[in-house]
Design a protein around this ligand. Structure first.
Ligand SMILES: C[S@@+](CC[C@H](N)C(=O)[O-])C[C@H]1O[C@@H](n2cnc3c(N)ncnc32)[C@H](O)[C@@H]1O
Length: 225
């Protein structure tokens, strides 16, 4: 992949058919390729051309999970979501190049997730190496601010996966799951030291690779809403 600057990447994502960008707060309108305005809420099955289950990767950055899971599970659909267009450019270009029809991206704030998905349109959520937001609990992607939004878009029994290097975010999420009386399915604070590996853990994001190179342990938990 050629080296491109932020500006070039920004222009290019505006031309990609697998990228939808928000341009106004409090509106479900998304800008699709070449400036077309679309409402995707409740219409993802038309975009994908099937009714396969949808998994969203939140704070997707370069979209390693969205793209990696799309390769791993061709019978499912994946949507990466992040505010930073120059990051999700990488996943979007890679998915286009490799002809992956089951992956798309939304450039917007996760806070407005209910504007882009209808109630129960989503089956699973992955949160990958989100900022722990040590001083602003409300901004943590597993805070009680975000959980009702996830509950609205997820199917009954929908799953939330969290993969993180942050002991604070991991412990905070365990505590929140308990306080909110959600069902914790699995948790481990050093997953690669475990004998039994989940196939999904083989996907390593950009930030994860940085944390691993510093010898940090990676934590994972999964709960049901
Ligand atoms: C530490 S990076 C992790 C990126 C990627 N998942 C990885 O592991 O390489 C956190 C990402 O979360 C995004 N982010 C944080 N809060 C967000 C929000 N409320 N809405 C959209 N994106 C957000 C940032 O733009 C950033 O790309």
């Amino acid at each position: 992949m050629s080296k491109k600057g932020k500006q070039e990447k920004f222009i290019e994502i505006g031309t990609l058919p697998n990228v939808f960008q928000s341009h106004e707060v409090h509106s479900p309108n998304l800008i699709a390729a070449n400036g077309e305005i679309k409402i995707m809420k409740g219409h993802w099955k038309e975009y994908f051309g099937n009714d396969n289950p949808i998994t969203i990767e939140l704070a997707c950055g370069k979209g390693e999970y969205a793209v990696g899971l799309a390769r791993m599970y061709p019978e499912r659909n994946f949507i990466g979501m992040d505010l930073k267009g120059n990051r999700l450019w990488k996943g979007a270009v890679e998915a286009q190049r490799d002809g992956l029809k089951n992956v798309a991206f939304i450039r917007s704030q996760i806070d407005f997730i209910t504007q882009y998905f209808a109630p129960r349109e989503v089956s699973e959520i992955w949160i990958t190496f989100a900022d722990p937001q040590l001083t602003k609990a409300r901004k943590r992607l597993t805070s009680p601010f975000f959980l009702p939004r996830y509950r609205e878009v997820l199917k009954t029994g929908g799953l939330v996966h969290l993969k993180t290097d942050s002991p604070e975010l991991y412990e905070y999420t365990l505590e929140t799951v308990k306080e909110e009386k959600l069902s914790l399915q699995f948790s481990n604070d050093n997953i690669y030291a475990q004998e039994k590996q989940m196939p999904e853990w083989s996907i390593k994001t950009f930030y994860e690779q940085m944390h691993l190179s510093k010898g940090l342990s990676i934590k994972y938990l999964r709960f049901e809403i």
